[in-house]
Design a protein around this ligand. Structure first.
Ligand code: PEP
Ligand code: MN
Length: 337
């Protein structure tokens, strides 16, 4: 439920509403907009059903939220959330680009990728140290060694690190090295891990599951938020459809849907979304035009010898050209890059 305060409500009125709700062991979530304040309420459904908040001074009305997800909902929090990753903002009017190799392979490979993407304007270095591969015979990642390389190289270039976590047991370790923890498509509904990430102090980038509906995705984010971690970033990376020309079908309508339904930022990953190098540039532009808050793009200094996802990795040269072409699109939707 949300309690909508009237525009003339005083701070005391708002405090009294919160006090009353908390005295009933309900959890409140304050959202102060330009002209009115909204108090989101979660907790025991029976208690909420019997509340009579309209009687209290300063309350305009209460609205029931019928969806299961509450904290991620725009009804609870009408204004866009901007996540601050140590000075790098995700959300708002500045687009953020996360780029780097699919897998961390070596210092030389990561260094060359980071240098290229940083010089082209990316602020966040991506790279997998734990790789969820379809075949057990494929490269599984360097593990902690990969995390160390990510931190070292990102620090050399003044970048932030985003990297995937595939096991709840690794959370503490990955937190030591990364600035943003990525939940991959295959783990979007790993509820035990989502619950554990709700206790993390690091922002979480939650990729959309291979065949997850938008509602399932929003509920997965709710798992993280209800645990106390409010810094969740969505990432649309394509879903499985009957189409086989592309690796996945990049669902850009999900960007518009998430913007309608949630206040959280959303990033588009055209690399996994298409699986084809030639399609990264057009779908990056389309993602930004659709309202995404940024992009995640795989870049490898030598895609032809990449240990994973070479077919969808841009060369440093192609990435540089793409970044310079994104300016015009960003401007057209009132954003900077
Ligand atoms: C990745 O980002 O390298 C990755 C494995 O992504 P996804 O979980 O979207 O397949
Ligand atoms: Mn990949």
């Amino acid at each position: 439920m949300i309690v909508v305060m009237s525009p003339s409500a005083t701070k005391k009125n708002i405090d009294n509403v919160i006090k009353k709700l908390e005295s009933l062991h309900l959890r409140t979530h304050l959202s102060e907009g330009e002209d009115r304040t909204i108090v989101g309420v979660i907790g025991d459904k029976k208690i909420i059903a019997n509340l009579e908040m309209e009687m209290m001074a300063g309350v305009e009305k209460t609205v029931r939220i019928t969806e299961k997800y509450k904290l991620v909902s725009r009804d609870f929090h009408p204004l866009d959330t901007v996540i601050d990753v140590d000075g790098v903002k995700i959300g708002g009017d500045e687009l953020v680009v996360m780029a780097g190799p699919c897998s961390v392979e070596s210092y030389e490979q990561l260094h060359a990728a980071a240098e290229a993407v940083k010089n082209a304007g990316a602020k966040i270095l991506r790279g997998g140290a734990y790789k969820p591969r379809t075949s057990p015979y494929d490269f599984q990642g360097l593990g902690e060694e990969g995390l160390k390389l990510l931190r070292q190289v990102a620090d050399e270039f003044g970048m932030k690190v985003v990297t995937e976590i595939v096991d709840r047991e690794d959370i503490e370790l990955v937190e030591k090295y990364a600035d943003i923890l990525q939940v991959g498509a295959r783990n979007m509904q790993n509820f035990q891990m989502l619950k554990a990430l709700g206790k993390s102090s690091k922002p979480i980038m939650l990729k959309r599951g291979l065949s997850a509906t938008i509602s399932e995705w929003l509920n997965a984010a709710e798992y993280i938020m209800v645990g106390g971690n409010e810094n969740v970033i969505f990432c649309e990376r394509g879903i499985r459809t009957y189409e086989t020309y592309t690796r996945n079908t990049l669902d850009l309508s999900a960007v518009a849907a998430i913007k309608e339904l949630s206040h959280l930022p959303i990033i588009v990953d055209p690399s996994h979304g298409t699986g084809r190098r030639s399609m990264i540039a057009p779908m990056s532009k389309a993602g930004i035009a659709a309202g995404a808050d940024g992009l995640m793009i795989e870049v490898h200094p030598h895609p032809e010898v990449a240990l994973s996802d070479g077919n969808q990795s841009l060369t440093p040269e192609d990435f540089k050209i793409l970044m310079s072409n994104l300016n015009e699109i960003a401007k057209a939707v009132g954003k900077k890059i």
